[in-house]
Each structure stands twice: as structure tokens, then as C-alpha cells.
Design a protein around this ligand. Structure first.
Ligand SMILES: Cc1cc2nc3c(=O)[nH]c(=O)nc-3n(C[C@H](O)[C@H](O)[C@H](O)COP(=O)(O)OP(=O)(O)OC[C@H]3O[C@@H](n4cnc5c(N)ncnc54)[C@H](O)[C@@H]3O)c2cc1C
Ligand code: FES
Length: 258
């Protein structure tokens, strides 16, 4: 984990209100898929950095990318950053996704901005013997993004929208359960809004599916490094808490209350 000043090399709107910002690091880092960056938004007033999943890290050019949805003031300011601007960040943060040697068939289930952390998994394992079936869910056709990147790297890709205006009507979770017998995954990685993760947890439990399932959580954060406790969530069945920034953001789905 390093605090670095990075240089913006691109910041483009890829879907309505969704941007990809790429930035060059002054030095190499060790990055694992599913880790995140705490990125400044580029003005002197907003001192609190914002957490974003790292989409990719290219060792050769020392360039990293993040996709973000404009939500409030911070992300709006970030969307105004231009090539050559300097930002500060702490990178890499969190535990990330880990694939075991024997886990060959991988299901990736993403909803909304939850599709971003999973893309780094496809990037990291692009030349491996792993097979990916990806399930993406969006509000409507207008919000569909990163489709091309998923399509290129997944062995099979399924897309759903809430209103059926792109792909199938439904959610990434409903697509996953429809395809489950065909997919027979060894492991499941998921990220998305809380209702989506709850539906996944309930669906796995109702069907008695015991496949290991890891979810990346998105809590509001302060420091991003485990010190302020803004991001705590409850461990299942007990009093204990975990810090999403330091102990996560990736947890086994049964480990935390969603
Ligand atoms: C580990 C992690 C990875 C993330 N990765 C991505 C990503 O790849 N792409 C992306 O678009 N967003 C991601 N987020 C969410 C992103 O950090 C927030 O959307 C952003 O900080 C909002 O900043 P803001 O100043 O624009 O909004 P604010 O003005 O602070 O808030 C605007 C709205 O966003 C909500 N919000 C604020 N912070 C978060 C948060 N941490 N998680 C969820 N909702 C939040 C608020 O409740 C409010 O409704 C991630 C969050 C975490 C914790
Ligand atoms: S954000 Fe400060 S402890 Fe997690």
C-alpha cells in the first residue's frame, strides 16, 4: 500500500453518468484483482478520498484504471479531471479475490457498478486455465457498460436488465441460477447492490448450493486503511465486526451480514 501522486491519462464517459479514468503511477505496485484505490477527486476542498475498484493495472506502462458512476459531489468533480491533472491516491487497498489452483470454473455475477471489480479478475486470469461465465445486470439498456470487455474475456456472457431493454428481463442473479446446471461453477465471485447480494445468498441457501461464494462489499468509507471504523459491518451470528476496507472488501458470503 502506497500513497502516490498519479497523472491522469484519460477520463471518458462510457455510459450515461459512468466514466473510466486512467492514470499513470510514478512507480510499480503489486496489484491483485478485486483490490481498490482511494483516489482524491482533484480539488483542494474535498480532502477525503473516494474508494473505487481498480479495473486494471498494466505493469509495463504503470497505468491503472477505474470506472465510476457520478453519484455526488466527489465523483462529479472527478468527472471534470483532464489528461495531465495530478491526483493523489492510496493503492492498492483491501484483500482482493483469490482463485485457488483447483478452482477452474468461475462464475462472475455483477450488478450495476458491481461489474467493475469483477473485470479485474478477468484481466488477471486472461492467460490462465480458468473458465469464466459472467452474468451482468443493469437497470436498462442505457446503463449497459463494459460489455465489450466482458464479452472478449468470458467463455460465456449473459446480460439482464430490469426492464428487458437489453438482454433478458431480470437480474444477474436470476441469470446465474438459470444457467447453474450448465455452468457447474467451482467458485462464485459477486459484487453489486445489497438487494442483489441478498438475493444471491438466499438463492444459494434455498437450493442447498454449497459452492464457495465470495462477495465484494461497498460500504461508505473514511480512511480506507482500517483506522476510522466508518466501514464496519457485522459478522454473521455474533457481536464481532469486520472492517470492509481492511478485512475485505471481499468476504465469503456466509461470513458477513448482508
Ligand atoms: C471498496 C469500494 C469499491 C468501490 N468501487 C466503485 C467502483 O468501482 N465504481 C463506482 O462507481 N463506485 C464504487 N464504489 C462506490 C464509490 O466509492 C462511491 O459512489 C463514491 O465514493 C461516492 O462519492 P461522491 O462524493 O460522489 O458521493 P457522496 O456525495 O459521498 O454520496 C452520494 C451517494 O453515493 C452513496 N455512496 C457514497 N459512498 C458510497 C460507497 N462507498 N458505496 C456505495 N455508495 C456510496 C451515498 O450514500 C449517496 O447516496 C466503491 C466503494 C467501495 C467501498
Ligand atoms: S474506512 Fe476507515 S476503517 Fe474502513
Amino acid at each position: 500500500m502506497k500513497e502516490l501522486t498519479v497523472t491522469v491519462v484519460g477520463n471518458e464517459e462510457i455510459a450515461p453518468g459512468i466514466f473510466e479514468i486512467d492514470f499513470q503511477l510514478p512507480e510499480d505496485i503489486f496489484f491483485r484483482c478485486g483490490q481498490f484505490v482511494n483516489l482524491s477527486v482533484g480539488d483542494g476542498l474535498h480532502l477525503l478520498r473516494r474508494p473505487f475498484a481498480v479495473l486494471f493495472y498494466d505493469k509495463n506502462t504503470r497505468t491503472a484504471g477505474v470506472c465510476y458512476q457520478v453519484k455526488g459531489e466527489g465523483t462529479k468533480l472527478l468527472s471534470q479531471r483532464k489528461e495531465g491533472d495530478k491526483l493523489t491516491c492510496v493503492i492498492p487497498l483491501g484483500n482482493g479475490f483469490i482463485l485457488k489452483e483447483e478452482e477452474k470454473r468461475v462464475a462472475l455475477i455483477g450488478g450495476g457498478v458491481g461489474v467493475f471489480p469483477l473485470l479485474s479478475v478477468l484481466g488477471e486470469y486472461k492467460d490462465s486455465d480458468k473458465h469464466f461465465r459472467s452474468y451482468m445486470g443493469f437497470r436498462s439498456a442505457a446503463y449497459v457498460n463494459t460489455f465489450g470487455m466482458y464479452d472478449k474475456r468470458s467463455d460465456a456472457l449473459f446480460v439482464a436488465t430490469d426492464d428487458g431493454s437489453f438482454g433478458k428481463k431480470g437480474t444477474s442473479v436470476s441469470l446465474f441460477f438459470e444457467d447453474f446446471e450448465q455452468a457447474k461453477p467451482d467458485v462464485i465471485f459477486a459484487c453489486g447492490p445489497t438487494p442483489m447480494l441478498r438475493a444471491l445468498k438466499a438463492g444459494l441457501s434455498e437450493r442447498g448450493i454449497g459452492v464457495p461464494c465470495y462477495v465484494s462489499l461497498e460500504e461508505r468509507m473514511g480512511c480506507g486503511i482500517g483506522a476510522c471504523l466508518v466501514c464496519v459491518c457485522h459478522k454473521t451470528g455474533g457481536e464481532a465486526n469486520v472492517r470492509v476496507c481492511k478485512d475485505g472488501p471481499v468476504f465469503e458470503i456466509g461470513e458477513v451480514e448482508i
